[in-house]
Design a protein around this ligand. Structure first.
Ligand code: DX5
Ligand code: ZN
Length: 217
């Protein structure tokens, strides 16, 4: 699979989200970070805003739900137009049931792991999801440094996906830049979220193309 680049609008201008979604029209998905001030110590946006973003975005939305009780809330993001909905393994009470519900609603289902959460207990979930998100920073804020200690987990996830013959995408999120994207790709990631690297670049389309090129070699 060619590398996918999903810019995170956490680094966009929240007073100009439609404009800043337009700026990433050459990306694969727009990554939308939903935070609830409980699962993580930060608060971003919820369903009413998400619904409007889905209506105006030139690219499909990749929802990353950093929230408590995703069993209750995640399906509503699928109904609001998300192409992909990722919930945290640490927060879900019934992850298999939730993943099935997301797929039934027509979304891709993703499961996310904090940097300190091991992948082994969740390998059984792989057959039920379309994507596993290995967080490469502690979730909550943009602009943090990529944690190299997560690379073995990316490798482990890739081995498990290959061994099972599954078509599960492996996403990395946090500190992804020109400096780190090749390490993540080499370890087996194929979907790359980048917030500050993309929106902080002089040319957003050029940065997207450069990151894609680096990840695809
Ligand atoms: C962090 C978010 C990320 C964030 C990444 O909790 O999940 O999506 O926007 O930002 P950068 O790319 O700046 O590390
Ligand atoms: Zn994210």
């Amino acid at each position: 699979m060619p590398a996918l680049i999903n810019p995170s609008i956490l680094s966009a201008d929240f007073a100009n989200l439609e404009r800043d979604l337009g700026a990433i029209a050459t990306a694969d998905y727009a990554h939308v970070d939903v935070m609830d001030n409980h699962f993580v110590p930060n608060l971003t946006l919820g369903l009413p805003v998400f619904e409007r973003l889905a209506q105006v975005s030139p690219v499909p939305l990749d929802a990353h739900l950093m929230i408590d009780d995703p069993d209750r809330w995640a399906p509503q993001y699928a109904e609001a137009g998300a192409a992909s909905v990722t919930f945290h393994a640490e927060a879900a009470a019934a992850p298999v049931r939730l993943a099935r519900e997301l797929r039934r609603l027509g979304a891709r289902a993703g499961v996310a792991l904090r940097p300190a959460t091991p992948v082994e207990p969740f390998l059984d979930l792989l057959a039920e999801v379309d994507m596993i998100l290995v967080m490469t920073v502690e979730p909550g804020f943009g602009g943090q440094s990529f944690i190299d200690g997560t690379l073995p987990k990316i490798r482990r996830a890739r081995q498990a996906v290959s061994a099972a013959g599954l078509d599960v995408w492996i996403q990395v999120d946090g500190g992804v830049s020109r400096q780190t994207i090749e390490r993540a790709a080499e370890a087996g990631a194929d979907v790359f979220v980048a917030g500050s690297a993309v929106y902080g670049a002089e040319s957003v389309p050029e940065e997207i193309a450069t990151l894609r090129g680096l990840a695809s070699r």
